[in-house]
Design a protein around this ligand. Structure first.
Ligand code: FMN
Length: 209
């Protein structure tokens, strides 16, 4: 089993990476691999609503968004990690996520993955960012996993988080146990309790009548 962890920070090895690594190390102990992919290292433009993805099922801008769409079959779970930038998802990561979820029609064909969001801040805004990340899972038929407290950690530098945010580290370790359990349950029951089949074609009512 393998989990995709997207690091939406501008720092490839900052606090968000350290938080994702805590989870990856815990999952490893449970026999689950994690690939941490850094999304913030290259400029990424936002969705221009060209709607070509409605026929192509990929984004018309061929960049890291399509690279990861093409690899979705490899993963049983997705973790989104991001720092708070002005109490929200950093711009580059937001651009990525909008196009990633829109181009795949909310991960159509990749539903019931084990998913969770982790946010980081120096002082304030991690909860707003946490809500924003979870919005992507909540409209895409995913299994969202929580912990003993919200997946929010604090720090300006990785060591500050790892050494001083004792509760944050513990929250992530408990989260990892919950993720591992859900992955194993879904895997063990895949033949007896398959994923719900969404029989009807998606209906879109564009305004309330
Ligand atoms: C543009 C920008 C905006 C930020 N906005 C906030 C904020 O609203 N609240 C906060 O606590 N920290 C804010 N920060 C600080 C980062 O969230 C914090 O340093 C975090 O540890 C960075 O994690 P990283 O090392 O994974 O990038 C901001 C940083 C930047 C660069």
């Amino acid at each position: 089993m393998k989990v995709l962890a997207l690091n939406g920070s501008s720092h490839s090895h900052g606090v968000t990476y350290a938080a994702l690594k805590v989870v990856a190390d815990e999952l490893k102990e449970q026999g689950i691999d994690t690939e941490i992919i850094h999304v913030g290292s290259r400029p990424i433009g936002g969705c221009v609503d060209c709607r070509k993805c409605r026929t192509d099922h990929r984004c018309s801008y061929n960049d890291q968004v399509n690279e990861i769409i093409d690899r979705l079959d490899e993963f049983d779970g997705i973790i989104l990690g991001a720092p708070a930038h002005y109490m929200g998802i950093p711009g580059t990561f937001k651009a990525f996520l909008d196009r990633f979820f829109y181009a795949t029609e909310h991960l159509e064909g990749h539903t019931h993955l084990v998913c969770s969001a982790i946010t980081v801040c120096r002082r304030a805004g991690a909860i707003d960012t946490f809500h924003q990340l979870n919005n992507y899972f909540a409209c895409s038929n995913q299994v969202v996993i929580g912990s003993q407290y919200w997946n929010v950690v604090f720090g300006w530098k990785p060591d500050e988080f790892l050494e001083q945010d004792v509760e944050g580290v513990q929250t992530l370790k408990v989260l990892s146990g919950n993720i591992a359990w859900a992955l194993k349950v879904i895997d063990a029951t895949k033949d007896t309790i398959p994923h719900p089949v969404i029989k009807e074609k998606r209906t879109r009512t564009n305004f309330c009548r």
